[in-house]
Design a protein. Sequence first.
Length: 202
Amino acid sequence: MKIQYIIKYQILYTVFVTLFCFFSFVAFSSGLQKIDSLKTVLKITPDSEKAAIFNALSEEILYDSEEYSFEFADSALKYAKKFNLKTEELSALTNLGEASYFSSNLNKAKDFYQKALSLSIELNDSSFIAINYSNLGYAFLELENYQDALNNFSKALEYERLLKSDIGVASTINNIGSTYEYLGRYKNALDHYLEALKMYEN
């Protein structure tokens, strides 16, 4: 009986691993195809429109290569500034922050996020304001600067509520809970975790 159980477990495990590898390969191949398509479009795109393509490339390749993601975002920033494309400049600064964050260059990420936040405030872009306050919260959390993390997550929450984004609100409340936990304020942490959980369940 025990041997049958082990064999059954091994079969299930093999099937799971095979399916996981298959779907990972499909997703990876799909990502590569999209990147190739964007690169092809880039060749025939006027310089005044290249910032958007470089930003798309940066976002698409982020989880596969932070280095290339940074290079694409840097190119996007140069074209955005050259043609005074403020929205693309904002995306590029945010993408530079993300690439720096995922390569564990946290201080550099923080600097880009702060620049992106300043520009998003200038443009009155509530969505990017919320995003970059949250991004700063994550950066400060990793830097173990928990009070600054809490301040930024709290500001992000204000804008997520203005945007009426239930997912954004719940996620940010959860982040505030995590920060309180790091600060050793466990009652506050639990209250926020439960509030976030209630929103997720609804």
